[in-house]
Ligand binder design. Structure first.
Ligand code: ATP
Ligand code: MG
Length: 255
């Protein structure tokens, strides 16, 4: 589809990231357009999370450009980056929630930083947000360790979308969950992207998730993007890297 009339939310050009001379990512180039949902796949250790951390500024690339809403973010001052981060909703692969805060405090954490709410208003707002994710008031005053792993993932998504961001970034939102809970989370992602008219990048190992959530897929292999296409093109592709990746995940498909 011709994307030229659509706004670019993220533009990455020639991004290179090293740790102590070890190259993790080299010459990464891609765009995320308004309303688009992108899945990033790749073997463990291929640099998917490192790429996400570069986008949000937790890591700095050795070379290349990362534009968010047309603003160059590499070398951006801390205060300007803070403003930009309000546009982003993020869930991390590990340690998604603050252990010492209750569920409602976790959910509205970002909003509290901008606009201090009373306990009652905060709980009400948190409830409004988690109700949309199929959760109820019974968990508002619990701590993350007191709810299940699937609920924790949903709360992490609730926190990410709480400030109505225009860009959502999810790192392995369904990993470690049973397939049913995984598909509920995928639905949540799809619904949230639609409701917020947002753009999304989801890192996943799960091919079923890719088909459910993504318009476009990027495979990272050998430090760079080795395949890009639509989810339904993955299985048909002759590209050796994508075949190898799908085969490793679904050996039955190739017997
Ligand atoms: N802060 C860091 N310092 C040094 N090396 C790092 C750092 N963070 C990541 N790496 C290395 O970068 C490589 C890519 O890591 P990354 O976490 O991006 O992998 P991934 O593709 O997300 O894997 P997984 O699917 O297992 O989550 C790994 O070799 C990892 O050890
Ligand atoms: Mg990772």
């Amino acid at each position: 589809m011709d994307q030229s009339y659509k706004k670019k939310k993220i533009e990455i050009r020639n991004l290179t990231k090293k740790f102590n001379e070890k190259i993790i990512l080299k010459n990464i180039n891609f765009d995320l357009y308004e309303g688009e949902s992108l899945a990033i796949i790749g073997a463990s250790g291929s640099g998917k999370s490192v790429l996400l951390k570069n986008i949000i500024g937790l890591l700095k690339p050795e070379a290349g450009s990362i534009k968010i809403n047309n603003v160059e973010t590499v070398n951006l001052s801390r205060s300007k980056r803070e403003n930009l981060l309000l546009e982003l909703g993020i869930t991390f692969q590990h340690g998604a929630l603050f252990d010492s805060l209750t569920i409602w405090e976790n959910v509205i954490f970002k909003i509290q930083r901008i606009n201090k709410l009373s306990k009652i208003d905060g709980q009400k707002l948190a409830l409004d947000i988690i109700k949309n994710l199929g959760l109820g008031s019974d968990i508002l005053n619990l701590y993350p360790s007191e709810i299940s792993g699937g609920m924790q993932k949903r709360i992490a998504i609730a926190r990410a979308i709480s400030s109505d961001p225009s860009i959502l970034l999810f790192d392995e939102p369904t990993s470690g969950l049973d397939p049913v809970t995984g598909s509920v989370i995928d639905e949540l992602i799809v619904k949230s992207v639609k409701r917020l008219c947002a753009s999304a990048i989801t890192i996943t190992h799960d091919m079923a998730s890719v088909s459910r959530i993504a318009d476009k897929v990027i495979l990272i292999d050998d430090q760079t993007i080795s395949w890009t296409g639509k989810p339904n093109e993955m299985l048909k592709s002759n590209n050796a890297k994508i075949q190898q990746f799908i085969k490793a995940l679904n050996p039955k498909l190739f017997k």
